[in-house]
Ligand binder design. Sequence first.
Ligand code: 6R9
Length: 652
Amino acid sequence: MSGIQLESILTEARVFPVHEDFARQANLNSEQYAALCRRAEEDPSGFWGDLARQELAWDKPFTQVLDDSRAPFYRWFADGELNVAANCLDRHLSSPTRNKAALIWEGEDGEVRTFTYGQLHREVSRFANVLKKLGITTGDRVAIYMPMVPEAAVAMLACARLGAIHSVVFGGFSAEALKDRIEDTQAKLLITADGGFRAGRVVHLKQHADQALMRDGHSVDKVVVLRRTGQEVDMLDGRDLWWHELMQDAEPQCPAVSVNAEHPLFVLYTSGSTGKPKGIVHSSGGYLLWSALTMRWVFDIKPEDVYWCTADIGWVTGHTYALYGPLAVGATVLLFEGVPTYPDAGRFWAMIERHGVSVFYTAPTAVRALMKLGEEWPGKYDLSSLRLLGTVGEPINPEAWMWYYRVIGKERCPVVDTWWQTETGGHLIAPLPGVTPLKPGSCTRPLPGIFPDIVDEEGDPVQGTEAGGYLVVKRPWPGMLRTVWGNDARYLETYWAKFQNRYYVAGDSAHRDADGYYWIMGRIDDVLNVSGHRLGTMEIESALVSHPAVAEAAVVGRPHEIKGEAITAFVILRQSHVQDDRDRLTEALRQHVSEAIGPIAKPDDIRFTDNLPKTRSGKIMRRLLRAIARGEEITQDTSTLENEETVRQLGR
Ligand code: 6R9
């Protein structure tokens, strides 16, 4: 953002106060919240130390809370020892939670499987014994490339039980992506399945795994294969082993290995805009603490909740909020194998009714996709079990927020818009549902113990409420990443170097309003420069989505002789408007943006499309759209896209 400030131009004035009946039963009320914030500010070590002792079961207590002697390589609770799987399972066995559902899984075909805490503990212990027999010990890396089935969770927890470091590779990724990740972690073992189901099609996981291991010299000794689809697969003698055969005589007792709090729990890859994906390393103690605390604070989780996070386990949201967080607090979590629109657009709503879901967490991309299909779908189902809604992954446009709040939550359920990243381990900026008045499109305020700020190019705090800047975090927190796997230099360079190690640099742009609410404006890399005004993508997209004809929009810049950059908007129409006259609509939309935020933000051209290129976790790939808008050849790897064919359609 050289020299010029980022400008915020969209104003959202709606505020939704906290409902009194929600506040009355909430895990955190305003006084408790204020007390936590005060303590975090004045006595960080007492604050975090007490929470870590309350929230986790330690095999060996820690004596030091934060070791910052090698900052920004922070260490938390570093002489303490614990086991993550024991915290998620064993410690619940001595209470009635033992016989409560830990996981309820629904397959794409409607099959339902339920595991109580007792049963899950047994399965995890058995699979941990299998891993042990295959020679896996503490510190070994295990790659997991599986469909969204309960065995994926079992595999992760079994690794954690032994202190082996898992690296989950999303089941939708290509052989190439899997190969790169295996190479980077030097995984000894790969756990996969014959295949998976996705929107009625079969995904050939084992075939991809074979391709990934084709070349000699890779690190993988053994491949464990789960039978899921029953499709014919090649099994390599001496290397490939069936899950069910290995499990046949595995004992259901396996002691959990105590590891140091700083021992890596997992590596999870995230792709930046440049270079190869980074293996984000998370710790055992600090990560689990932050997962558990945010479950209680932000999701207000209670023993009787049925909690559903729709994310796949191969994404950080799946790690923290479909597995470790909910199990750490003894909750019941619903896992779903499928997609929101299969077999029809009522799938999510049918499942909420069927399982009595009370807390529901999904992505803006899903909300917009379902909004596009109309209110009839949710209208067919009883959604009265819901009490809290959440979103993650992208900024949620105010209109999509309003739809979610009104049509799904019936204006009863708070919507928690949670800002965080693979790197942050868990939520950092998010509403507390019993405390924070909501503003559609804002992730609101930082959680207790989190100290963000917005700074300019020099690293000085930005003044005023309209000016945007770099979103940074000024103090360490237990759930933060520890490094990039095998590449400390990249950790420093990506997250710390910009402001000489003073702050954690998130890579997002944001501004803060007069109430101290944060508004994420997009990724720094996506900022547009139109006639010297620096604009985030988010606000123009939200203005477009606030037009009744539009369900989803993505905005990118392309070079322009006079203005520096011109704005190209890709627009998906709501079902009810697909027949509208396109020329007239183009003019209407340009006019609409002009009125909503000013002529400066008026798109120069608008392209209508049925689909946008998205990452597997539902983020719009603006980089690709930029290339398309500029008429450039696509050179990026598109194999990790949710919908690869979209790129070809748009490019035409
Ligand atoms: C959890 C997750 C991180 C990036 C992040 C930001 C965007 C996520 C958001 C949000 C606005 C929210 N993001 N949540 N932007 N409001 N509530 O998504 O992790 O895949 O690493 O992505 O996603 O740009 O920097 P990850």
